[in-house]
Design a protein around this ligand. Structure first.
Ligand code: ARG
Length: 463
C-alpha cells in the first residue's frame, strides 16, 4: 500500500493503511453515528469558544459552525455517506466538513482530542436519553394512576408467597407501582445531576496549553460546570454505568408488573382482561389470547441487565486514562436504552387499555380465608385475648370452615362459641372484605381513604 492509503486524520507517521480486519475491529461508525447530533452540538460550541478566546478567527469559526449545520442536515436527511475507513462519527463529520468549508475545518480540532470529544458526545447522548426516559415513565405512571383512580375501593386479594393473605384494594395495588416508578425517576434524576459536568477541554488527557474557556462550553452545552480533573474527565464512564444500573432496576420493576399481568389474565385468575391491541392469538388453538407484550416486557430485564454487566466488565481494571476498550461502551447503552423505552411504551399501552374485572376481584378477595387476620384482631380488641391465643382460636375456626368447605362468615355462632365462649354476633362485622380494607387506615395502608390521598398527592406531583 502507498502512503496515500493511510488515514487522512492521523496517518502522518504511517506508510500503509490498515488491514481490512483491523478496519473492521477498529471502526465504530456502524453504531456511534447515533451520536451525530451530539457530536455536532459539541463541535459548534467548541468552535464558538475558540473564536471568543481568539484561538480561531471569527471568520473560520463561522465557516465551521455553518458547515457543521450542513453536515447535520445531510445526516438527518439520510444523504450522508458514512465511511468505515474514517472509523467513527467524529472523523466522518470532520472529513465531510473539510469538503464543505476547506482547510479551515482542520482548525476545529485545536485544543481538543477525540478522547474528550467522545466523552462529551456520549455524555450528551445519555443525558438526552435520561430525559426521554423520564418523560416515558411519567406517562406510564399516569396510566397506573388512572387505573388506581377508577378502582380505588375495589377489593382484591393481597398475596404473600402468591397465597391469599389479606384483602387489599385495586387502587392500592396500582399505586404500589406508581411508587416504584417514582423511585426509578428519582434514580434517573440523581444520575443526571452527577453526570452533568463537561469533559470538553480535557483534550487528550492532560488539558491544553491553549487559553480555552471551559466554563463557556460547559454552559453552552447545558452542563453545570466543567469536570475538574482532565484525566478523570476522559476516562470516566460512571454516567453510562449509572444509567445502565438505573435502567436495570426499572426493567426489573416492569418485569414484576408484567408477570402479574400474565398471571392475572390467565383463565384461572381472570382478574384482568388485556386489550386485543396488546395480545396475540395462536395459530393452532383458536381459543387462545396470549399476553405476548407482557411476556416480552418480563424478558427485557435479561438483556438490560446483561448490558449492564457487559459495560462493568469492560471498565473493570482499565488503567487511566482512555483505552480503546472504552469504544465498547456504546452498544450496551444503546441497546439497553432502546429496549427499556420500548418496554415502557408497551407497558403504558397495556395499562391504559387494561380492564380490571371488578366482580372477579371481589369474589377472589373473599376466598382463601382472607379475613382471618381481621378475626384474630377482633378477638384481641373485643375479648382482650393475647394475640398468640387469638391466632390459635382463629386457626381452629379456619380449620373447621376448611373441613366443611365453607368460608369464615358461613360458620354459625354456635360453631364459633364452641371454639371460644366469648365470641358474639359482633364478629360477623369484621369478616366481610369491605370492612376489612376500610379498617386498614394506618398511613400507607390499603383503606380507600388512604389510597385516594395518595392518588391526589401523585396527581399533583405529576401535573
Ligand atoms: N471511536 C472512539 C471511541 O468511541 C473515539 C475515541 C478515539 N480516541 C483515540 N484516542 N483513539 O472511543
Amino acid at each position: 500500500m502507498t502512503k496515500d492509503s493511510s488515514n487522512q486524520m492521523w496517518g502522518g507517521r504511517f506508510s500503509a493503511g490498515p488491514d481490512a480486519i483491523m478496519e473492521a475491529i477498529n471502526a465504530s461508525i456502524g453504531f456511534d453515528q447515533r451520536m451525530a447530533a451530539q457530536d455536532i452540538r459539541g463541535s459548534r460550541a467548541h468552535a464558538a469558544m475558540l473564536a471568543r478566546t481568539g484561538i480561531l478567527t471569527d471568520k473560520d469559526a463561522e465557516a465551521i459552525r455553518e458547515g457543521l449545520l450542513t453536515v447535520l442536515s445531510e445526516i438527518e436527511g439520510g444523504t450522508f455517506q458514512f465511511s468505515a475507513a474514517l472509523e467513527d462519527i467524529h472523523m466522518n463529520v470532520e472529513a465531510r466538513l473539510t469538503e464543505i468549508v476547506g482547510p479551515a475545518a482542520g482548525r476545529l480540532h485545536t485544543a481538543r482530542s477525540r478522547n474528550d470529544q467522545v466523552a462529551l458526545d456520549f455524555r450528551l447522548w445519555v443525558r438526552d436519553q435520561l430525559d426521554a426516559l423520564d418523560a416515558a415513565l411519567v406517562k406510564l405512571m399516569q396510566a397506573c394512576l388512572a387505573q388506581a383512580r377508577a378502582g380505588a375501593d375495589w377489593v382484591m386479594p393481597g398475596f404473600t408467597h402468591l397465597q391469599v393473605a389479606q384483602p387489599v384494594t385495586w387502587g392500592h395495588h396500582m399505586m404500589s407501582y406508581v411508587e416504584m416508578l417514582g423511585r426509578d425517576r428519582s434514580r434517573l434524576a440523581d444520575a443526571r445531576k452527577r453526570m452533568n459536568e463537561s469533559p470538553l477541554g480535557a483534550a487528550a488527557l492532560a488539558g491544553t496549553s491553549f487559553p480555552i474557556d471551559r466554563d463557556m462550553t460547559a454552559e453552552a452545552l447545558g452542563f453545570d460546570r466543567p469536570a475538574a480533573n482532565s484525566l478523570d474527565a476522559v476516562s470516566d464512564r460512571d454516567f453510562a454505568l449509572e444509567f445502565l444500573s438505573a435502567a436495570s432496576i426499572c426493567a426489573m420493576h416492569l418485569s414484576r408488573l408484567a408477570e402479574e399481568l400474565v398471571i392475572w389474565s390467565s383463565a384461572q385468575f381472570r382478574f384482568v382482561t388485556l386489550s386485543d391491541r396488546f395480545s396475540t392469538g395462536s395459530s393452532i388453538m383458536p381459543q387462545k389470547k396470549n399476553p405476548d407484550a407482557a411476556e416480552l416486557i418480563r424478558a427485557k430485564i435479561g438483556r438490560i441487565l446483561g448490558n449492564t454487566v457487559s459495560l462493568f466488565t469492560v471498565m473493570k481494571g482499565l488503567p487511566l486514562t482512555y483505552s480503546k476498550d472504552m469504544q465498547e461502551d456504546k452498544e450496551p447503552v444503546f441497546e439497553a436504552a432502546d429496549n427499556l423505552m420500548l418496554a415502557i411504551a408497551a407497558m403504558e399501552g397495556m395499562m391504559s387499555d387494561l380492564t380490571a374485572n371488578r366482580e372477579v376481584l371481589e369474589a377472589a378477595a373473599a376466598s382463601g380465608f382472607s379475613t382471618a387476620t381481621d378475626l384474630a384482631d377482633w378477638l384481641v380488641r373485643e375479648l382482650d385475648l393475647p394475640f398468640r391465643e387469638a391466632h390459635h382460636v382463629t386457626g381452629t375456626l379456619v380449620g373447621l370452615a376448611e373441613k366443611t368447605g365453607r368460608d369464615l362468615p358461613d360458620l354459625t355462632l354456635e360453631e364459633m362459641t364452641g371454639v371460644h365462649g366469648g365470641i358474639h354476633e359482633g364478629v360477623y362485622g369484621v369478616l366481610g372484605v369491605q370492612n376489612s380494607v376500610a379498617s386498614r387506615t394506618s398511613y400507607g395502608g390499603t383503606a380507600p381513604v388512604r389510597v385516594r390521598e395518595q392518588i391526589a398527592l401523585w396527581e399533583a406531583l405529576l401535573a
